[in-house]
Ligand binder design. Structure first.
Ligand code: NAD
Length: 306
């Protein structure tokens, strides 16, 4: 089988080498397309591929049409909103993600962001400490749980909410279950967002929730920019000069927010939550193993378009 690694934003070289070794050891051919700049390059490279490993690369109907032999696409990472699942299913292509493989990298960034913004983005000013404060975790999945554990170790009180997890599961994961989203936002000094971008979550965090936060609160978003109602966020920061927003997924109005709100707002110039060499290796190798396993045994455990 031909396995193509197609990454606009390449993996660390050690990760690529590891992927190559797994694919070739299983008797498959390994091809790479890195740092491509035009879509035609992706379509041409995908044409003969049986399997595709991607990162945040957009995989739509055009790719499935250009690659008639494609059987499986693995998104090396957690979020898979960059893949058109309906188009994949229509063509009979299996789509998988590699859950949990980059979670620690993202969780460390979320914690770093809480400290960075609490200390005035490292400008010489009087900041505040995170110990003793309450952290609310919105979605208690792989990243959310790790953020909770790290925050507890730093002396924070941790609450969480997840519509797909029982209160018992949240307690087992080390957090206090919040009764509602409204309660989480209105009682936590920090809220860290870890929901996926889905039709239900897109634009779901807006003016009302944000302004329900206590005085001096911080909203941290390492999930997806689409889950925030950007106009609502901007108005909330205008009306509540005590609130702060820090994110790894820059909103469309980032320049305006920087200009207006100074050290109360920060967005990483490029999404970097999963951008560690450890996460690259973990997610890349997991993707390679899942492809080999799928071809050998038909294992679809991590399929997201079932
Ligand atoms: P995960 O799948 O382990 O956890 C997601 C959690 O969200 C689950 O517990 C699930 O029950 C919950 N959930 C699902 N649908 C929901 C809904 N409609 N409302 C509320 N909660 C819902 O994913 P994860 O690894 O913890 O990652 C969380 C998100 O972070 C991903 O979806 C991805 O978008 C984002 N992410 C960002 C980066 C980055 O580089 N900044 C890296 C990895 C993941």
């Amino acid at each position: 089988m031909k396995v193509l690694l197609a990454t606009e934003k390449p993996f660390a070289p050690a990760a690529v080498q590891g992927i190559r070794e797994i694919i070739e050891a299983a008797g498959h051919e390994f091809l790479t397309l890195e740092k491509y700049t035009v879509r035609e390059e992706l379509l041409a490279a995908a044409a003969g591929a049986d399997a595709l490993i991607i990162r945040s690369d957009k995989i739509g109907a055009d790719v499935f049409a250009a690659a008639p032999g494609l059987k499986i696409v693995v998104r090396a990472g957690a979020g898979f909103d960059n893949v058109d699942l309906a188009a994949a299913t229509e063509k009979g292509v299996v789509v998988m993600n590699t859950p949990g493989q980059n979670s620690n990298a993202v969780a460390e960034l979320a914690v770093a962001m809480m400290i960075f913004i609490s200390r005035g983005q490292f400008t010489p000013s009087t900041g505040s400490e995170i110990a003793g404060k309450t952290l609310g975790i919105q979605a208690f999945g792989n990243v959310g749980r790790l953020v909770g554990a790290k925050a507890k170790a730093l002396g924070m009180k941790v609450k969480a909410i997840d519509p797909f997890l029982s209160a018992e599961k949240i307690i087992e994961g080390g957090a206090e279950p919040a009764a509602s989203l409204k309660e989480l936002y209105s009682t936590c000094d920090f809220v860290s967002v870890h929901i996926p971008a889905t039709p239900e979550t897109i634009g779901s965090i807006g003016y009302e929730l944000i302004t329900s936060m206590p005085k001096g609160a911080v909203l941290v978003n390492t999930a997806r920019k689409e889950v925030i109602d950007e106009a609502g966020l901007e108005k909330a920061l205008e009306d509540r000069p005590d609130l702060k927003y820090i994110t790894d997924v820059a909103p469309g109005n980032a320049a305006a927010l920087s200009e207006k709100f100074g050290v109360r707002f920060f967005a990483t110039p490029k999404k970097m939550g999963a951008q560690t060499s450890e996460a690259n290796v973990n997610a890349g190798l997991a993707a390679a193993r899942q492809i080999v396993d799928y071809f050998e045994t038909g294992n679809t455990r991590f399929q997201v378009n079932k």
